[in-house]
Structure formats: structure tokens, C-alpha cells
Design a protein around this ligand. Structure first.
Ligand code: BGC
Length: 745
């Protein structure tokens, strides 16, 4: 009967046929309509909410079969009690799907995703997801709302922190690596289901203001924004979350073109689609009819699970009665949700994710912390290092100043909902441990994050930075700066300056911090700035007046140790930017892989040019471009060779470590399609290799470009290869590279 239904759906609307799972078919044959709708209902069960709190009677709803899943509740015992209700007290005993926003680790917190992307270390990134799954899966969680693969080219948007940067090629590799890391073999108790989000284009909200509208050409969607979603889906992600924004004038939650034509029919996605938090309710505010209407539209478009709106559970029954939805639509969604539970092995063992013994062994274990510490160190990007000020010697007197120097919980950044703050160190504690008394350490907070108490944020989510009397704190900081041989400033954003709903219009270091930094620079002492940030920030003044700058983002639970590893030279920096660091906020959106204009002005132009494409106040392009990052040695590129064979190009280059330290270099390969039927970006990343070179060592690095790398998408999403000339660029970043023009036929 059920199979027959699916066959007719497949024939009528061209859906992919569901996997034939007799267990699920059999179960569905016993379910009432209400129980089926219950499976489509997802509600928060803990205290972590990101929208309006919606009344829910969790326990009663579970027992009556009105809830298919719960999310964002922390605690093995609490979750197990709810699972017990579902399994033992509901009529059919269907287990709950338990989700959580495990975005960059559970108790072992890894760097924020933007920082992780700056490692260019795909294996490491995959490992971070595997460890997050390993920890979450013993305390009841089987599903994570990650990876977030939204491309973002506007640093005003706070959620740029949660993604893999501005490049679709790198973003695709990262998305796929994270899916592999979380899911591995899904039947194992140590793996959890991934959820690719936010489908689609959420990173392109106008003005970088969160939840804002999006309007974009199909050419841009396919070439710049869709690739990471597609890659993560093709890596086997079990679920996809739709986004809050419009796509082509339709809400993504009820957009059939997105969810069915593209996601299922073109990309062959065979998992389930969940809405974002209360999206069906919010559609009404956007201007799309009643919650009931929107529930019908969302289901019809391809949404399977309703997060927080309770639109499906409350309205689909009437939709069925008035013919707006069919039983086949409901069955299809229910089947997909049950199939996910089946794939996770929940029907075999609904308690597979409750393992106190394993929790003891793996939670925040030394092994996991070591991976987090290594990845944090890899994620730091050294932007400036005048006269090799870094690495610092562990001697003399060091002053550590700034609002990020004494906080325990801010270093994990946004979306670290399961963090175990008490177990982490402050930067000051990390410094003391690393220095072991070999240098004198003087510390002061020095200032507030911002002068304005209201914009200091933090209080809401509990990530506090103590408020200090600005005048007194500054005087104290300047006093210790005067006594020191070197001053390390831990400044920038606090955790809640980025992440959801944390959009900004000014990307400079906030007032009080800037004033303090300027005063410290005036002392004439050498200054190192550790820039904490969940986004690219403006470091224009700093780049001219501070001796060394290391962008440390939010490095996770092991930040203090990782900072010391790099600052004191036990490790060499190896992070490379995956976002463009602007000269001024007004340059947003800013990205390296932009199209050309008819009146371009080179990045190197010394001044403003009238009637050309540039700004009056600042030169074009990033202050620190995509791919950029220094280390404690230098790399030289020479002897570039390109070989064209049919429609592929082999690129070889000799890379030499000409300095005195062993270190990693990220060899980057870019192309530019010189003439095409649609305008192509001035530069596009198409390959890279992370190579380790000993001091004085040379390596020949070979990278290959296939036909697909030289192709682009047309407006229908088809790959187009056009023979002709291509510039091939290989080097240390998107700006500094060797170039050869080749003809590919
Ligand atoms: C966010 C999602 C998140 C969800 C559940 C929403 O507000 O946009 O990324 O997964 O909340 O917490």
C-alpha cells in the first residue's frame, strides 16, 4: 500500500523513489494521521532557544506521539528520560530524533568554523567533526545542525563566523569533510547525522543584516553560492535545513524549485528537509498568508520536518480535509523522517546514544583536547610581523593587556552551547603555565569591549566580560605597559559580537579598545595584537602602528595553550585567510573572486582615479587578501611549468623554504577564464596543497586542473566548458603568485 503510494508520487511529480525499507513501511501502516504528523514536529526541549519561546508540553506530546524530535537540550539523563517516554509510553514506541547545534565541537570546542577553514587542513577539519560526534553521541545526541556551508562575502553578517569563508571551492571541500566526519558509518554509536544549512543563500542577506532578504541571479547562485550545499549533499548528508530568507521571491521554506527540483531531482538528495527555527510562522510576517497556508506550501515544496512552528502538527489535518495537501504528501515526509531514524539505528536500539562509560572516557579527553589545541594553532593567521618580533622569547617582562585576556568563556566564540566553561583556562592562566616563571607576566584588562554597555552584549548568553572603570583600567594598563619589554594585546570582539543576529556596521576595533591600543603604541614598546574576531575586521590603523598582528579568531576551548604554542614559537603559524580582510567597512561586500569592471583600478594603484571603479578614501581590494598568511620563515616560488593535454592542465612549481624554521606552506592554484560567454571572476581557487618544508628544503609541487575545474555553471545549473585561454596562477595567496597563460582546446 505504502509502496504503491510512493510509486504514484514518483510518477506524478518526478520525485526520487524512497528507499524501500520494509520496517518503515510496516510501521507506517500502523500509524494514525496524528502520529504521522507528530513525526514531522520538532521542538526545543532545553533552555537553548534562538527565537521566540513557543509553548510546548514536551512530556505529554511525546507520550501522545505528537513529537518526532527534540533539540538543544544538554544532559544525558534528561534526554534519556524523554527517550524513555517515547519508547515506553507512546503507543508505537517510536524513538525521538535528538538534535543539537554542535557547530564546532561539544565540550572539546574547536575553533569557530571560519577559523577552522583558515587551517586549509581538510583532514583536521574532518577529525574535528568526528570528535564532536564522538562526544555528543554518548550523551544522547544523534543529529547535529551542522555543517553550515553558507558562502558569505559580507563581513557585517555575524554568521560569517559559522561558515567556511568566501570561496565556493574550499567551502565545498570543507562541507564534505564535515559530513564525513560526523556521519562516517551512521550505524555506529559514535556517529551522528549531519544537517547541511541553511539552504539556500542565507549568507547573502542584504547589507549583512541578519534575517534580511536575498535577491540574486541564478548564474551567481550556481557559481558562487550553491557548490558547498551540493558537495555536502553529495557527501551523503542525511538532512538539510532550509533558510530564513527568500529565494526568487519565495521563502526558502516553501520553495519547490529549491527543495524538490534542485535538491532532490538534480542533486539526488535522499534525506529529509527540516525548516529553520519557526520559519513557517515567520513566513506570515514576510507576507505569505496564514500559518496554515504556509504549512501546506512548505510540505508541498518538499519540507519534511517543521522546527518550532507547530504548523504541520496543527494544520496539516485541515489541509488534508480541504484538499490543500494529500495523504501522499504527508506519508512522504513521514517516511523520510522515519527513514532517518532507521539509518541511525534507533529502531534497533533507541538508547544507543546513552553511554555513561564512553562519556567518561571520551568527553573532553586529553586526546580530543590535543586535536583541538593543534587545530586552534593551525587556524591563527599571522598578518604582520615586523622585524621578526614573533616568536617571543620566554624572558624579560611581558605585559598581557585587553578585555579578552581574562575571560574563560568567550574564547570558544559563538555556538558553543555544550561548552564546559569551568574546565577551560583564561589567556592569562595559559600564559602563566607556558612561561613557567621564566618571564615576568603583568596583566590588566585595560578597558571594556565597548564604551556602550548595551552593545557589550554577552550577558544574555552568559558570556561575560567584566565591566571596568575605563579611566582607572586604562591607567593601570599603561603602567604595566611601561614596565614591560613587550606588550601583548588581547583585543577585538567578544564571542557574541558574531554569530546569529550579531550584525555590525562598523568593523573597526571598538572605541575604548582602540583608544587603549593607540595609547599603548605611543609608549614606544613593541606591541603584538592578538585580534579576536568572528569575522574579518578592519585593521587599517593597526597595520600601520602595531608591530605584529596575529588573527586568532575564536580558537575554542584550548585557545590559551594554542596561542602560547604559536606566540612563543613552539609551533609556526600556518593559517591562511579564507576571507578578505577589508581596509574599511564601506568596502563590503568584499571578496577576492569578484568580476571585473570595464574601468578597473589595480589593487596596487597608489591613489584614487576619477571615472574609474574605485573609492575616494581607500584603495581597492583587501588589506590582507584571501589566501594570505605569514609564518616564521619565508617561501620562495620559482620554475612554474604548465603542461596542457587535451582539456586538462598540469601545473608544477618549485617551492623553497628560504628561512630558518620548518613550517607548513599552503600552495594555492587559481585560474582566470580570460574570455567566456558569461563574465568570469578575476581569480578563482581551483586547487591547493598543504606542504611541510624543512628550513632550506625545496619541493616540486604538482597540481592538476581537469575539464570540470575549467568549467562554469550556466543559469540552469549545467556545467559549461568553453575552450580558450586561461590564466593559471600558482603561489602563496590570491595576490602574490606566478602566472602563465595557456590555451586549452
Ligand atoms: C538557526 C539555526 C539553528 C536553529 C536551531 C536557528 O535560529 O538559524 O542555524 O540550527 O536555530 O537552534
Amino acid at each position: 500500500m505504502v509502496k504503491h503510494l510512493f510509486l504514484s508520487i514518483a510518477l506524478s511529480v518526478g520525485f526520487q523513489l524512497q528507499a524501500n525499507i520494509p520496517y518503515v513501511d510496516n510501521l507506517m501502516s500502523k500509524m494514525t494521521l496524528e502520529e504521522k504528523l507528530g513525526q514531522l514536529n520538532l521542538m526545543p526541549a532545553g533552555g537553548i532557544v534562538t527565537g521566540g519561546v513557543i509553548e510546548s508540553k514536551t512530556a505529554e506530546d511525546i507520550k501522545s506521539g505528537r513529537l518526532g524530535g527534540i533539540f538543544n537540550i544538554k544532559g544525558r539523563a534528561e534526554i534519556e528520560a524523554l527517550q524513555k517516554l517515547a519508547v515506553e509510553k507512546s503507543r508505537l514506541g517510536i524513538p525521538l530524533l535528538v538534535g543539537m547545534d554542535i557547530i564546532h565541537g561539544y565540550e572539546t570546542v574547536f575553533p569557530i568554523p571560519l577559523a577552522l577553514s583558515c587551517t586549509w587542513d581538510l583532514q583536521g577539519i574532518e577529525e574535528s567533526a568526528r570528535i564532536a560526534a564522538e562526544e555528543a553521541s554518548c550523551v544522547g545526541i544523534g543529529w547535529t545542525f551542522s555543517p553550515m556551508v553558507d558562502i558569505c562575502v559580507d563581513a557585517r553578517w555575524g554568521r560569517i563566523a559559522e561558515g567556511g569563508g568566501e570561496d565556493p571551492y574550499l567551502g565545498s571541500l570543507i562541507g564534505a569533510a564535515m559530513v564525513r566526519g560526523y556521519q562516517g558509518d551512521l550505524s555506529k554509536p559514535t556517529n551522528i547525522m549531519a544537517c547541511v544549512k541553511h539552504f539556500a543563500l542565507y549568507g547573502a542577506v542584504e547589507g549583512g543584516r541578519d534575517y534580511n532578504t536575498v535577491d540574486m541571479s541564478r548564474i551567481r547562485m550556481f557559481n558562487q553560492y550553491f557548490p558547498p550545499y551540493e558537495a555536502a549533499v553529495k557527501a551523503g548528508a542525511g538532512s538539510v535545513m532550509s533558510s530564513f530568507n527568500l529565494v526568487d521571491g519565495q521563502h526558502a521554506t516553501a520553495n519547490k524549485w529549491l527543495q524538490t527540483d534542485l535538491l532532490r531531482n538534480k542533486w539526488k538528495f535522499d534525506g529529509f528537509v527540516v525548516t529553520d527555527y519557526a520559519s513557517i510562522n515567520e513566513m506570515q510576517v514576510h507576507g505569505f498568508g496564514t500559518v496554515a497556508d504556509n504549512s501546506y506550501k512548505a510540505l508541498k515544496a518538499g519540507t519534511d520536518m517543521d522546527m518550532c512552528s507547530q504548523g504541520f502538527i496543527n494544520h496539516l489535518k485541515s489541509g488534508l480535509e480541504n484538499g490543500q495537501v494529500s495523504m501522499a504528501d504527508i506519508d512522504q515526509a513521514c517516511h523520510r523522517v522515519l527513514e532517518a531514524k532507521y539509518k541511525l539505528g534507533l529502531f534497533d536500539n533507541p538508547y544507543k546514544f546513552f553511554d555513561a562509560k564512553r562519556e567518561k572516557k571520551v568527553m573532553y579527553s586529553d586526546a580530543n583536547r590535543k586535536v583541538a589545541r593543534d587545530l586552534a594553532a593551525e587556524s591563527f593567521v599571522l598578518l604582520k610581523n615586523d622585524n621578526n618580533l614573533l616568536p617571543l622569547k620566554k624572558q624579560g617582562t611581558i605585559a598581557l593587556i585587553g578585555p579578552l585576556s581574562q575571560t574563560r568563556d568567550n574564547l570558544t566564540g559563538t555556538w558553543s552551547v555544550a561548552q564546559a566553561t569551568d574546565k577551560y583556562q583564561t589567556l592569562e592562566e595559559g600564559f602563566r603555565k607556558a612561561l613557567k616563571g621564566r618571564a615576568t607576566l603583568l596583566c590588566a584588562q585595560g578597558c571594556n569591549i565597548t564604551r556602550d554597555e548595551d552593545t557589550q552584549l554577552g550577558a544574555e548568553l552568559g558570556k561575560h566580560i567584566t565591566r571596568v572603570d575605563a579611566k582607572k583600567a586604562k591607567a593601570e594598563a599603561l603602567k604595566i605597559a611601561q614596565q614591560a619589554d613587550v606588550v601583548v594585546c588581547a583585543m577585538g570582539e567578544c564571542a557574541d559580537f558574531s554569530g546569529e543576529s550579531s550584525s555590525r556596521v562598523d568593523l573597526n576595533l571598538p572605541d575604548e579598545q582602540m583608544e587603549l591600543l593607540q595609547a599603548i603604541a605611543e609608549t614606544g614598546k613593541p606591541v603584538v595584537l592578538l585580534n579576536f574576531a568572528g569575522r574579518p575586521t578592519v585593521l587599517d590603523w593597526e597595520s600601520q602602528h602595531v608591530n605584529a598582528i596575529m588573527n586568532v579568531w575564536f580558537g575554542g576551548s584550548e585557545t590559551p595553550d594554542a596561542v602560547c604554542d604559536v606566540l612563543f614559537g613552539d609551533k609556526c603559524p600556518s593559517g591562511r585567510l579564507t576571507v578578505s580582510m577589508p581596509r574599511a567597512t564601506g568596502q563590503q561586500p568584499l571578496y577576492y573572486n569578484h568580476l571585473n569592471t570595464g574601468r578597473p583600478v589595480p589593487y596596487s594603484a597608489p591613489r584614487y582615479q576619477k571615472f574609474a571603479s574605485n573609492y575616494i578614501e581607500v584603495r581597492n581590494g583587501a588589506l590582507y587578501p584571501f589566501g594570505y598568511g605569514l609564518t616564521y620563515t619565508q617561501f620562495d616560488y620559482s620554475n612554474m611549468r604548465t603542461t596542457v593535454k587535451d582539456d586538462s592542465v598540469t601545473v608544477a612549481v618549485k617551492v623553497t623554504n628560504t628561512g630558518k624554521r620548518d613550517a607548513y606552506e599552503v600552495v594555492q592554484l587559481y585560474i582566470h577564464d580570460v574570455y567566456a560567454s558569461i563574465a568570469r571572476p578575476v581569480c578563482e581557487l581551483k586547487g591547493f596543497q598543504r606542504v611541510f618544508l624543512k628550513a632550506g628544503e625545496s619541493k616540486d609541487v604538482t597540481l592538476k586542473l581537469g575539464r570540470d575545474d575549467l568549467s562554469y555553471y550556466d543559469g540552469e545549473g549545467n556545467r559549461v566548458f568553453e575552450p580558450g585561454e586561461f590564466d593559471i596562477m600558482v603561489g602563496k595567496n590570491s595576490r602574490e603568485n606566478l602566472v602563465e597563460r595557456v590555451m586549452v582546446r
